[in-house]
Ligand binder design. Structure first.
Ligand SMILES: [Mg+2]
Length: 338
């Protein structure tokens, strides 16, 4: 899947991805799952994910009718989180289709009512005006998530944000920043103060994964909320982080799917943390699965499918800025040419 606009973040550039789609059938119903591979998600390629799933199925016997039981078995087996996500999403889709219910209803939820952030990667300054114009035309300026933490340093970060503010004027209501761990503690301290003055709503992953100890210092007199993403993989990470962050950003590919995501939201809420659901380079399949539980989140960043050229799948649609699941059974996503 090729991206319309390459996404540059602090660690590198993503121009597209090769994803694995997983189909699971029972009683003439077919559940669809998706894996977006990644170095930190345990499977670097489609082939790697595929062979991990195959080996898991061969070694642990047939799939159980309980999605949660399958999840627990695959988690114990150490299946790569992104491969586990594909399996878990396909099984939830299947049971919702067997029940003839939209997945969000099967979970006992309403449709999400929080509009998604639209991600703006690190970009050359002379491309900003044109991109803002494009986003305005598409009605996608309401919530922007700006990627900062460029290797060129915080002066370059400031220049980019100033320019975006200049061109968005009053039609961006909520500006968020994700540094993807690109700042030192010293720079993060300075940037949080500066971003607060610029009206930014919150900052995500200011420090690199592995520097969680330093969050204690940053958290003490923070002028705006701090979220973690890379530092928080699954439900087991939340308690340790809970005294030094305001919220967590979970992703299906990172945590291992919907079963784990539900657990994470419950734990985060219990610890008084804000919750966000984000995405990797995913198509409408995984995005539709994510927005099926969208009603549980304070913030939603489910926009990767909107940047595909083309998205081979169709599912959740952008309705007044909200990524909204279809009213058909399962997560509602399907292959366009199937
Ligand atoms: Mg992030």
């Amino acid at each position: 899947m090729k991206k319309k606009f390459p996404l540059r973040i602090s660690r590198g550039v993503f121009t597209g991805s090769e994803n694995l789609f997983l189909f699971v059938s029972r009683n003439k119903k077919v559940g669809i799952g998706e894996m977006c591979p990644g170095l930190t998600e345990g499977a670097e390629t489609v082939d790697d994910g595929k062979s991990q799933i195959k080996k898991f199925l061969e070694e642990t016997g047939p799939i159980s009718s309980s999605v949660v039981e399958n999840y627990n078995k695959a988690f114990e087996y150490n299946l790569a989180p992104c491969a586990l996500a594909a399996l878990d999403i396909s099984l939830w889709d299947l049971v919702a289709k067997e029940a003839n219910m939209p997945l969000y209803k099967l979970f006992g939820l309403n449709l999400p009512n929080v509009s998604t952030s639209i991600t703006l990667g690190i970009m050359p300054l002379d491309e900003i005006e044109e991109r803002i114009f494009y986003l305005r035309k598409k009605g996608m300026l309401k919530n922007l998530k700006i990627k900062l933490g460029t290797p060129e340093g915080i002066d370059r970060d400031k220049e980019m944000l100033e320019k975006i503010l200049h061109f968005t004027k009053s039609d961006c209501h909520n500006m968020r920043v994700d540094a993807n761990g690109g700042w030192s503690l010293y720079d993060a301290h300075k940037m949080l103060k500066w971003l607060h003055k610029k009206g930014v709503e919150y900052v995500e992953q200011p420090l690199a994964k592995g520097q969680e100890e330093d969050l204690k210092f940053l958290f003490k007199d923070r002028p705006l909320p701090i979220f973690v993403d890379e530092s928080c993989r699954n439900s087991r990470d939340i308690l340790d982080l809970s005294n030094f962050v305001d919220g967590i950003n979970l992703k299906l590919m990172k945590c291992g799917g919907l079963t784990e995501a539900l657990k994470m939201v419950a734990i985060a809420r219990n610890l008084n943390l804000k919750t966000m659901i984000g995405c990797m380079g995913e198509s409408s399949v995984s995005i539709s699965a994510g927005c099926a539980i969208g009603a549980l989140f304070d913030y939603i960043d489910l926009d990767s499918h909107l940047n595909l050229d083309p998205d081979p799948t169709s599912g959740a649609e952008l309705v007044r800025g909200i990524v909204t699941p279809k009213n058909s059974s399962g997560h509602g996503a399907f292959f366009v040419n199937a």
